[in-house]
Design a protein around this ligand. Structure first.
Ligand code: SF4
Length: 252
C-alpha cells in the first residue's frame, strides 16, 4: 500500500529509536557530526561527489506533493506531474528510502542551525575530498518560513569554509527574501522568487538572452552521453551561484 502523505506515525518509522538514542547521547559537536554524516549523501549520477545532499523531508511528505499550477498546495505548485516525480517513485521502490528521509526530517526538526552547521563543518574536516557546496531538498521542499531561516543561518556558517548552499523550490508562496545567504532556483513560473528561473523546455526552443541550457542536459541531449558521463552539478556552478542566467533543461 502506498504510504500516507505527510500524516504518519513517527513511532512506525524504521530506525527512529536508534536515531533517538544516538541523539540523546550526543553531547558535543563531534558527536552530532557523526550522526549527521549518516544523513548526508555525496553526489549522485548528476551531482558531483564534492556536493553534499540533505533532504528536510521526503517526496511522499513534500508540502507540494501532487500539486500543480491549477491545483496548488498551501505553499506552492510543483511543475512535475506527481506520477513522474522520481523522488517519490524511489520511495516506493527502494525499501529504506522513505524511512531514511523521514529520519532526515526528524533530525532536521530537532537540530538548531548552529549545531547543524558546526557539525557539518566538523564532518567536512575529516573528509579527504574537497566539499564545495550543499544541495538542500533533492526530495521534498521547503515547508515554511522556519525552513528558510534555518537554511539561511546554516549557509552563513558553511560560508566560513567557502561552502555554498543551494536549492530548487516550488514553494512560491513562501517569503524568499529571507534567503539571503543561499541560492534559490525558482522551479515554477507562478511568480518570480529566488535567484533565477530553472525550468524544462522542449529541445529546439529559441531561448531568450537571459536563459541558457543546462550543460548537463545539453550534453545528454546532443552528445548522447549518459548522466554519469555528462558534466556534473558542482563542476558546473550555474545553479549554485546567486548571479547568472536563468537555466533550462530539456523536457521529455
Ligand atoms: S545548470 Fe549546471 S548546476 Fe544547474 S542543473 Fe545543470 S549542470 Fe547542474
Amino acid at each position: 500500500m502506498e504510504p500516507t502523505r505527510g500524516d504518519y506515525d513517527m513511532e512506525e518509522v524504521d530506525g527512529i529509536n536508534e536515531l533517538r538514542e544516538r541523539m540523546e547521547a550526543a553531547d558535543s559537536v563531534e558527536d552530532w557530526s557523526h550522526i549527521l554524516k549518516e544523513y548526508i549523501s555525496w553526489g549522485n549520477s548528476k551531482i558531483s561527489k564534492n556536493v553534499g545532499i540533505f533532504n528536510m523531508n521526503s517526496a511522499t511528505d513534500c508540502p507540494n506533493a501532487d500539486s500543480s499550477v491549477e491545483s496548488q498546495s498551501s505553499t506552492g505548485a510543483c511543475q512535475v506531474p506527481w506520477e513522474d516525480c522520481y523522488a517519490h517513485v524511489s520511495e516506493n521502490v527502494y525499501p529504506d528510502t522513505l524511512a531514511y528521509r523521514r529520519r532526515q526530517e526528524y533530525l532536521w526538526d530537532c537540530l538548531d542551525a548552529e549545531t547543524f552547521g558546526e557539525a557539518f563543518l566538523s564532518l567536512v574536516s575529516r573528509k579527504r575530498n574537497e566539499v564545495t557546496a550543499v544541495r538542500f531538498s533533492e526530495a521534498g521542499d521547503f515547508r515554511h518560513r522556519g525552513d528558510i531561516i534555518k537554511t539561511d543561518r546554516i549557509a552563513q556558517i558553511l560560508a566560513r569554509e567557502g561552502i555554498e548552499v543551494y536549492t530548487y523550490s516550488a514553494s512560491h508562496k513562501l517569503n524568499w527574501r529571507e534567503a539571503r545567504n543561499f541560492t534559490v532556483n525558482q522551479s515554477n513560473t507562478v511568480r518570480e522568487y529566488g535567484d533565477r528561473l530553472f525550468t524544462a523546455l522542449p529541445e529546439g526552443t529559441d531561448l531568450p538572452d537571459s536563459m541558457v541550457w543546462c550543460p548537463h542536459s545539453l550534453e545528454k541531449e546532443r552528445k548522447g552521453v549518459t548522466s554519469d558521463e555528462a558534466i556534473q552539478c558542482g563542476d558546473c556552478r550555474l545553479c549554485i551561484e546567486e548571479d547568472g542566467p536563468d537555466v533550462a533543461i530539456h523536457l521529455h
